[in-house]
Design a protein. Structure first.
Length: 246
């Protein structure tokens, strides 16, 4: 799938919390139709960056410039550890957010049904949230995000805690959304499972951007397939940490 004009421009974005700079002068451009991985070890700043882009926190410095037609709910955010009311049914949970996202009343029932069908949870509509598996819970949260028909999806560790079957099911949904033209920025510690979805990557280390390019360039940089993704990414982090000490 080709890419076109910029949908997001990030300019020297920084965020400081508790005396630590968790995002440090990060700049990049995300193109419409692009699917990009956001990589880095735990604590590198991936979640902090996604939270800034989603508007959940205010930058200390820098600018986030979304394309003018992407105001409000056209950017969908799936946090790493969402809170779900366990006693609420799947249908009631989505209905609550359909109101919150201002889905017009005549369209709510159809919008919810389409979201459930897309994530293959239509047979779970009446179930309490607490009875869903981890993979089904992730797909429910994705359905919640999709209620507003977002053009961009910011996903924070969407495969975390999923078994191989649950991961494959969620990946199938994400691939379908990709075919529908959605733009993705996905923070993950499991890049090997998402390489068929994405074509570019960013790597953060200690809040700083240390790599930006295509996955093919990243494979060359990491000397893959001789090293695994995890080994290669660890090597990048170690080299950046060593450089910062010199």
């Amino acid at each position: 799938m080709g890419v076109s004009e910029p949908i997001l421009q990030v300019e020297r974005l920084s965020w400081q919390f508790g005396g630590r700079r968790l995002v440090d002068a990060v700049s990049f451009v995300l193109l419409e139709g692009e699917a990009r991985l956001l990589l880095g070890r735990n604590g590198a700043g991936k979640s902090a960056l996604l939270g800034l882009l989603a508007g959940c926190r205010r930058p200390t410095q820098g600018r986030i410039l979304w394309r003018s037609d992407l105001a409000g709910t056209k950017v969908g955010y799936l946090p790493q550890s969402p809170y779900l009311p366990e006693r609420t049914s799947v249908l009631a949970y989505l209905a609550m957010f359909a109101v919150s996202y201002r889905v017009p009343r005549p369209l709510r029932e159809r919008t919810i049904a389409e979201a459930l069908e897309l994530v293959e949870l239509q047979d779970r509509a009446g179930w309490p949230v607490r009875e869903l598996s981890r993979g089904e819970t992730q797909r429910l949260e994705l359905a919640r995000v999709l209620l507003s028909d977002p053009r961009v999806l910011l996903l924070d560790e969407p495969l975390e805690g999923l078994d191989p079957i649950g991961a494959a099911e969620l990946l199938g949904v994400l691939e379908e959304l990709r075919r529908m033209g959605r733009t993705f920025l996905i923070a993950t510690n499991r890049p090997e499972e998402l390489t068929r979805l994405a074509e570019t990557a960013l790597i953060l280390d200690a809040g700083r951007l240390v790599f930006e390019g295509t996955l093919e360039q990243l494979r060359h940089h990491l000397k893959l397939p001789q090293a695994s993704w995890s080994e290669g990414l660890r090597a990048i982090s170690q080299s950046q940490s060593s450089a910062s000490l010199r």
